[in-house]
Write a protein that binds this ligand. Structure first.
Ligand code: PLP
Length: 375
């Protein structure tokens, strides 16, 4: 059997990883400013993480959601404390798209409406509902085309209000910071406005924090920077530092009932151990502070480079907008400097999504390499 060939691959095979670095079988070291696509939050093979998952595997790795699993209860309590959403409720699943599916469904269950408002260039995943709210015609099949959503311009409140006035809207979904689009931020004013409109029209405000959550921007969730609360928040990527886990947290207004949501693997023992280890490290190593400091340092240094038009984003979710070919820069950083970075929908923009515990030494390496390549 061969692999179904859907991924264009860099000719590199990491076989080992530690902290902010990955290594191939020849021992060549690569600096990871991509975080395996925003997934590596507390660093590769962090000792706390390895120990917690190993211990859990030596006890019990999985049993179904038909029995008590106090690891889930403890994880909800820990997540409530670390995120500031203490009175919300947690439902665990396995990926970002699945988290989005559950969030959309909960909005519709809640007010019995059927439409969702979404935004231009937004990305929410590749399953049925998540694709429906994703602005990506190239990744939709004819099968998905039977359901359509109108994509509204980001950071404009008037079209949102007009659409809400037309009615039958269950919810609004917006990314904490648009990732796949190229690190585009909703403004504070826009997020506050969405909160007010959602309240006025009785619709559910869903913040998709799959990429921007779990500390990546220096706040636990990116939208907290705007001082608002969402009704439902989706999470995945950084949540398990590489272990597949996703989830939604729901305001107390949402009432649970048996069978309303469900999953076989979601919230399994190993996933809970992985996520709990991530939260332990975020707290113990004060990673939110580090994310803010390193983010500010990178923004300041990179913005001074002549061919850098601007640096977008916050914390360690940054977009370098270059005057010229961003794809060529990404490729040169990898082949000449052994530094992984991320691309995005816009070829002029590079995404930086490194582990949240990088130090100034790693930031300096990236800055120097960008300077050399753009000189
Ligand atoms: C904001 C956002 N939502 C949802 C998803 C889908 O997550 P997954 O690939 O885990 O299904 C992604 C993935 O990049 C994302 O960036």
């Amino acid at each position: 059997m061969k692999l179904f060939d859907v991924y264009p691959l860099f000719p590199i095979e990491p076989v080992k990883a530690l902290g902010a670095y990955v290594y191939d079988k020849h021992g060549t070291e690569y600096l990871d400013f991509y975080g395996g696509h925003a997934v590596i939050s507390v660093g590769h093979s962090h000792p706390t993480y390895v120990e917690k998952i190993t211990n859990q595997l030596n006890n019990i790795g999985f049993y179904s959601n038909s029995v008590i699993n106090n690891l889930q209860v403890d994880l909800a309590e820990q997540m409530g404390r670390v995120s500031g959403y203490e009175d919300y409720n947690l439902f665990l699943c396995n990926s970002g798209a699945e988290a989005v599916e559950n969030a959309l469904k909960m909005a519709s269950f809640h007010n019995c409406k059927s439409k969702i408002l979404a935004f231009e260039k937004g990305f929410h995943g590749r399953t049925m509902g998540a694709l429906r709210v994703t602005d990506g015609p190239k990744i939709k099949a004819a099968f998905n085309g039977t359901i359509t959503t109108e994509y509204l311009p980001l950071n404009e409140l008037e079209p949102v209000e007009q659409a809400l006035e037309e009615g039958d809207i269950a919810g609004i979904i917006v990314e904490g910071i648009q990732g796949v689009a190229g690190i585009i931020e909703p403004t504070v004013e826009f997020l506050k406005g969405l909160r007010d409109l959602a309240d006025k029209f009785g619709v559910v405000l869903i913040l998709d924090e799959v990429q921007s959550g779990f500390g990546r921007t220096g706040d636990f969730f990116a939208h907290q920077h705007a001082g608002i609360k969402a009704d439902v928040i989706t999470m995945a990527k950084g949540m398990g530092n590489g272990f597949p886990i996703g989830g939604i947290i729901l305001s107390p207004e949402f009432k649970a009932s048996y069978g309303l949501l469900g999953t076989t693997f979601g919230g399994n023992h190993l996933a809970c151990a992985a996520c709990s280890a991530v939260l332990d490290v975020i707290e113990e190593e004060k990673l939110l502070e580090n994310v803010k400091n390193q983010g500010a340092y990178l923004i300041q240094a990179l913005s001074k480079i002549e061919s850098v038009e601007k640096v977008t984003g916050r914390g360690l979710m940054l977009g370098i907008v270059v005057n010229g070919d961003g794809k060529a820069l990404r490729s040169a950083l990898l082949t000449k400097h052994n530094i992984f970075t991320g691309g995005c929908a816009n070829p002029n923009i590079l995404r930086l999504l490194p582990p949240m515990n990088i130090t100034q030494k790693e930031s300096d390496k990236l800055i120097e390499a960008v300077k050399i390549e753009l000189a």
